[in-house]
Design a protein around this ligand. Structure first.
Ligand SMILES: [Cu+2]
Length: 469
């Protein structure tokens, strides 16, 4: 079994995180009651150690000098006000992935705002209507800007957060570095664009290769996983000691009926899951990633240490059903009458559809940049009225995986029996897969639809839809 302590594929030992250095641990601390959370996020270059022992600090781009950027935590219904300062050598922006917000706050240069130039600033201000696990990142030259480290967690807590021992966030990312710790700067090269994207050789949890976490047991843990990689997929298997259990409680921020995790959980770039882990006093939970069968590795091990009077014992048999978010439901009748919109994905290696203007296409069109001049001659992929329900017929005619992300909305997969799957904002299409999504347009504006493999996005796999009031 490979671990992450060294470059993936090499054998290694263990790093132990003492309890004091656990990343992003909140011990039942309620956030201060506030209606508006105000902060500044400054994007700038920083050198941070991300590689194994013996490597040099890696030259990254960071929010507030941190990698990942600071975790933003606020309460459902609260307003977030962020002063974004761009100290990068190129334009940038911030997109608030999964947050249902007004279009002009969505952070997409050329579509919802002008790019924020080097030395420039922009104020983002919006309410957070949904509780859940979200994240933020630039939406300009994304393959490079996220690949250099500009990612961060955005956690919206429930009005009455459930009683837990620990509420942990793990921002999962990867980096492509050399044995000295230098970042490979061949961002969005043609090979990565046409194949599976930029997959790194170190996998990081909250920016660290630490793979062992000790928690006082027994304990009940909410673990928020955010796939913030450029391209790497995860297929996580959980192996717990007999009195430990893992339940899936939310997908892309939105609650589901809790269900025991009995098989691998897939997590593609952009996606999130919330897990409820009951950890025995001296139990342990091993998390392995099986996404790439030739490179199975240990992502992490969580171990219970000592004995504490935990909430866990009492809560162990209780379910944790989180309250639904205020998403307007898709009515059955509306869905039956809904228009079908085809979204055919073509291109990539092993395809004859690869062309000079872009490697990938949606309905035959490649959108490769966020420049306004590019958008002038690009029509929206489809147009909706506010409140309109639509069936999106996705058809992946390529040999590659594509996690498709829609801005400004959540959607549900229409299953074979016509039932609707969980709310999501990003869904993974397998090679050759067809899929129907039900979606209701709620907010006017121009909204992106794109692959969250950022090298695919950069080489054509994006478009947009308009919602008119
Ligand atoms: Cu893709």
């Amino acid at each position: 079994m490979t671990t992450r302590r060294n470059f993936i594929g090499q054998s290694v030992g263990l790093t132990v995180a003492s309890l004091g250095s656990l990343p992003s641990t909140t011990l039942l601390a309620a956030p201060p009651v506030s209606d508006v959370m105000t902060l500044t996020l400054t994007a700038s270059p920083s050198a941070i150690q991300v590689g194994p022992d013996g490597t040099q600090p890696t030259q990254l781009w960071c929010f507030n000098g941190q990698f990942p950027g600071p975790e933003i935590r606020l309460r459902q219904g609260d307003r977030l006000r962020v002063r974004f300062v761009n100290q990068l050598p190129q334009p940038s922006s911030i997109h608030w992935h999964g947050i249902r917000l007004p279009n002009h706050m969505d952070g997409v240069p050329g579509l919802t705002q002008d790019p924020v130039p080097p030395g420039g600033e922009f104020i983002y201000e919006f309410d957070c209507p949904d509780a859940g696990t979200f994240w933020y990142h630039p939406h300009f030259n994304s393959a490079e800007q996220l690949g250099r480290g500009l990612i961060g967690a955005l956690v919206v807590e429930e009005q009455t957060p459930p009683a837990l021992d620990h509420d942990l966030t793990w921002v999962l990312s990867d980096m492509r570095i050399d044995p000295q710790g230098r970042l490979n700067e061949s961002f969005s090269n043609r090979h990565d664009q046409a194949h599976a994207g930029r997959i790194g050789n170190v996998v990081l949890i909250n920016g660290s290769i630490t793979d062992r976490f000790m928690l006082p047991g027994p304990s009940r843990i909410r673990l928020r996983l955010i796939a913030a990689t450029n391209a790497r997929l995860f297929e996580l298997k959980f192996k717990g000691t007999k009195d430990s259990s893992v339940q899936l409680i939310a997908i892309d921020g939105h609650p589901i009926t809790p269900k025991p995790v009995t098989e691998a959980i897939g997590l593609a770039p952009g996606q999130r899951v919330d897990l409820l882990i009951d950890l025995d006093a001296s139990g342990s939970l091993l998390i392995e990633d099986h996404a790439y069968p030739r490179n199975v590795y240990k992502l992490a091990e969580i171990t219970g240490v000592g004995t504490q009077q935990s909430h866990s014992k009492a809560f162990k048999t209780t379910n944790l059903q989180l309250a639904d978010n205020p998403v307007p439901p898709v009515a059955r009748a509306a869905l039956r009458q809904a228009r079908s919109v085809p979204l055919v994905i073509t291109g990539g290696a092993m395809s004859r559809a690869t062309r000079a203007d872009g490697i990938w296409q949606i309905n035959g069109h490649a959108m490769t940049d966020h420049r306004r001049e590019d958008l002038h001659h690009m029509k929206p992929n489809f147009k909706l009225k506010v409140g309109e329900v639509v069936q999106l017929q996705l058809d992946n005619q390529t040999a590659w995986f594509h996690p498709m992300h829609l801005h400004g909305v959540v959607f549900q997969q229409v299953m074979a029996d016509q039932s609707l799957g969980p709310y999501r904002d990003t869904i993974l299409l397998s090679p050759g897969q067809k899929m129907t999504l039900a979606m209701r347009a709620d907010s006017p504006g121009l909204w992106m639809i794109h692959c969250h493999v950022l090298e695919h996005q950069h080489s054509g796999l994006m478009g947009y839809f308009s919602v008119e009031s």
